[in-house]
Design a protein around this ligand. Structure first.
Ligand code: ASP
Ligand code: MG
Length: 418
């Protein structure tokens, strides 16, 4: 097997003419041969397709039509301004738009979601393929729905690693050159329907491709210089993390550092594949390298803000003790329905949780918790500091009166009103 490299371009690195041009340049300047490029939907297309589906579900067809027209227009104009809109590209784009308009409203919400929202990645890959072909005429397009095999858990499908690896080897083992495919999407092995892997899931797809190709490295091109010690849009004086051990990257992503999807690291770690997170904007020499390092460099407090939190206070109705069995029952309900817990504490008769506010999931969880008394507080924000020190700890508590707080080892967490 040749020494593959994998690139991943996110929505922001494919959002307009300048970024597309930059992507073409980066592929020419940095690419090894063979190279697989995994793309997200362009700009905010995923959000728009979600809004299109919402409008369709509530029966506001005028709104749905206008949202979809905007999406179609955006891709059309971008392709046109890049001088890419030949007959092949036109047919490819039109095929996708008409496919999603034929998705039946009789399907469940989650199935409609996957059938419709997947179009964002498909059209993005078709356009990028046309763009890269202007410099590399022999580059190829790969349909990841044929490769990424998943279960039928729509909207958060799980990948069957064995089958997927087999598919990748089958298609790419003896290949060279540049290949372009989609992140975020796959296909159910059971029903052959399209699936998606959860929002921001295309980093994870890229990691799975890198794993299956036994790639040397994966580079995620971003609109930030790399993994920072905090989101520069939220925190001041943040620093670039130059060397990050795999475990540390998993922790940072778990606590909500949104630069990489939490599931991305594990497949890379298991095959010692180096992950570079770099800026596509400037040719900066500094970037983040995630690999088998012993410790973080530099060691600085890493600040993470997770908004849109809800605090659930759960207690027994008769004030009886909350047993381990009951706690595990509560966790089972969370995990079966897909509620993400970010902070938890429990006492004798009650347990409190900071959970991500997902309006589709939360009502289902509350229904299942009928045997308990449950109180809810909305509009909260969870701050997590890894490598906290006295200064960061003081700073955190100046932000407001904590609803929940927890400090252990070098991790400091505080839940506050938004
Ligand atoms: N386009 C999808 C999203 O916006 C997947 C991704 O960008 O990773 O969530
Ligand atoms: Mg994205």
């Amino acid at each position: 097997m040749a020494n593959w490299s994998v690139f991943k371009f996110g929505g922001n690195s494919l959002k307009d003419m300048d970024s597309l041009k930059k992507a073409i340049e980066l592929v020419s300047d940095f690419a090894n041969d063979p190279l697989l490029i995994v793309v997200s939907a362009m700009g905010k297309t995923t959000n728009s397709l979600e809004s299109y589906l919402e409008a369709k579900i509530i029966g506001d067809m005028i709104l749905a039509k206008s949202i979809l027209e905007n999406v179609i227009n955006f891709h059309f104009q971008l392709s046109k301004s890049m001088g890419l809109l030949d007959q092949t590209l036109k047919l490819g784009l039109e095929g996708e738009w008409s496919r999603i308009q034929r998705v039946s409203s009789d399907l469940s919400y989650d199935k409609q979601y996957d059938a419709i929202v997947s179009a964002g990645e498909i059209v993005s890959s078709i356009i990028l393929h046309a763009a890269i072909q202007t410099r590399h005429p022999h580059c190829s397009w790969l349909d990841s729905r044929r490769i990424i095999s998943t279960n039928s858990n729509h909207r958060r499908a799980e990948i069957d690693l064995k089958t997927t690896e087999h598919n990748v080897q089958n298609d790419l083992k003896n290949q060279r050159g540049i290949w372009i495919t989609q992140g975020f999407i796959g296909r159910s092995m059971e029903t052959q329907e399209y699936t998606t892997l959860g929002r921001e899931g295309s980093d994870y797809s890229a990691a799975i491709f890198a794993y299956a190709l036994k790639a040397v490295e994966l580079t995620i091109w971003k609109d930030v210089p790399g993994l920072m010690s905090g989101d520069p849009k939220v925190f001041e004086n943040v620093k670039l993390l130059e060397e990050v051990p795999y475990e540390e990257a998993i922790e940072l992503a778990f606590f909500g550092a949104s630069v990489i999807h939490p599931k991305t690291i594990q497949p890379l770690k298991s095959r010692d594949i180096i992950l570079h997170v770099r800026s596509f904007l400037k040719n900066e020499s500094k970037a983040t390298k995630i690999a088998n390092f012993k410790e973080l460099k530099p060691i600085v407090p890493c600040l993470i803000k997770k908004s849109n939190q809800v605090m659930l206070s759960i207690r027994t109705k008769d004030l009886s003790f909350l047993s381990e069995g009951q706690l595990s029952g509560i966790y089972n309900i969370f995990s079966d329905i897909g509620l993400v817990v970010n902070l938890a504490q429990h006492g004798a008769v009650s347990a409190i949780f900071s959970v991500s506010n997902d309006c589709r999931v939360l009502p289902l969880v509350l229904l299942k918790l009928k045997e308990y008394k449950v109180e809810i507080e909305n509009n909260l924000v969870l701050y997590t500091v890894r490598y906290s020190d006295d200064i960061s700890s003081k700073w955190l508590r100046l932000k407001g009166k904590p609803k929940m707080e927890q400090r252990s080892f070098n991790i400091d967490q505080v839940l506050l009103s938004e």
